[in-house]
Design a protein around this ligand. Structure first.
Ligand code: HMG
Ligand code: MG
Length: 298
């Protein structure tokens, strides 16, 4: 039987926007986060405290965090690759910090400029600081289903990184398909393997829709018992260090799936469609969410 309730983490403001070439004004990002808050998400990945040389679009993160209207109980998450990022997250009042590693050595080098082992050492300090300041700690594992630089990634390596992030004290761990190449049977294998190392209830699926597998992979994850999923409004996104990668699976599509399955999310689909229209209009292009566009066309 599938879970009765799932948590959807809206990652559009961060994963969705980080790769946009034109600088998006902070007030537009703030309006997006506020609309998503109103739509009912319990967790929104709002910003990223990384080097602005590496990801210029996220340079406004402090402004965004300072400008949003927070709803009590909602967890606003930010990415923190190192202590400099953590200090900024702390100053910004983030509720959850995300350390992001990889199951691929090649991707780790390209994305955060160090090996997997070195990244864990860097994260250790961030993890300790997060505990000390009572911040939630999430660990994300890129390239869990394949890598743009090295190709195949073994489920055993994913499991090994899960174990190391668990040992750092992560409250939640994301199994991420950065380039969207995973398919449902592989998702069964990798999720089951990860669940041997970390409680299933705290594992999440972070799927990109590059090859159109996002919804299928979420269904496969539900069959394993995963009950946390990341999605991006209007299907926004792409990763600066994964060429050709498109957005996360669109939130509207995921919500339509959950409605059909009778799985509760607590989120208002129509409000998400409106938020998707808002940001797509700002970006000057059509939303890529299939369900969202169908609802708008009705
Ligand atoms: P580095 O160059 O090795 O770091 O980068 P460094 O410590 O040598 O610092 C170099 C410069 O960056 C210095 O500035 C630092 O102050 C600055 P300079 O002295 O040259 O003027 N710096 C920072 N500035 C602001 N905030 C910081 C920070 N840290 C250093 N936190 C580093 C290492 C990790 C910083 C860099 O590689 C980086 O920022 N990478 C970020 C990459 C990134 O954001 N990628 C996208 C997010 S991951 C993702 O999208 C995948 C995910 O969605 C899951 C999935 O789909 O797979 C999560
Ligand atoms: Mg991603």
């Amino acid at each position: 039987t599938l879970p009765k309730h799932v948590k959807i983490v809206e990652v559009g403001p961060r994963d969705g926007l980080q790769n946009e070439k034109e600088t998006i004004p902070a007030e537009v990002k703030i309006e997006l986060v506020n609309r998503l808050t109103q739509a009912g998400f319990a967790n929104i990945e709002a910003a990223s405290f990384v080097s602005p040389k590496w990801v210029p679009q996220m340079a406004t993160s402090a402004e965004v965090m300072a400008g949003i209207t927070r709803k009590p109980g909602v967890v606003y998450s930010v990415l923190t690759p190192n202590m400099k990022g953590f200090e900024a997250a702390l100053a910004a009042g983030a509720d959850e910090v995300v350390i992001f590693g990889s199951a691929s050595e090649a991707f780790s080098q390209k994305n955060i400029n160090c090996s997997i082992a070195e990244s864990i050492e860097r994260f250790r300090e961030v993890a300790q600081a997060a505990k000390q300041h009572r911040k939630r700690l999430r660990g994300s594992i890129s390239c869990s289903f394949g890598c743009p630089y090295q190709g195949q990634v073994s489920p055993d390596v994913v499991a090994d990184v899960v174990r190391r992030l668990r040992d750092l004290g992560c409250d939640e761990i994301d199994i991420a398909d950065t380039i969207g190449v995973g398919t449902p049977h592989q998702v069964h294998t990798v999720m089951q393997r990860a669940a041997q190392e970390f409680p299933l209830a705290q594992l999440s699926g972070h799927f990109h829709d590059t090859y159109g597998q996002g919804i299928g992979n979420i269904y496969a994850s539900l069959e394993v018992g995963v009950a946390i999923f990341h999605a991006s409004v209007a299907g926004l996104g792409g990763c600066p260090y994964a060429k050709g990668a498109t957005g996360n699976v669109a939130t509207e599509d995921v919500l339509f799936l959950m409605q059909g399955l009778g799985i509760e999310t607590g989120i208002d689909l129509n409000a998400v469609v409106d938020a998707g229209q808002f940001i797509s209009q700002h970006l000057g292009r059509k939303a890529v969410s299939r369900a969202g566009n169908a609802i708008v066309a009705k």
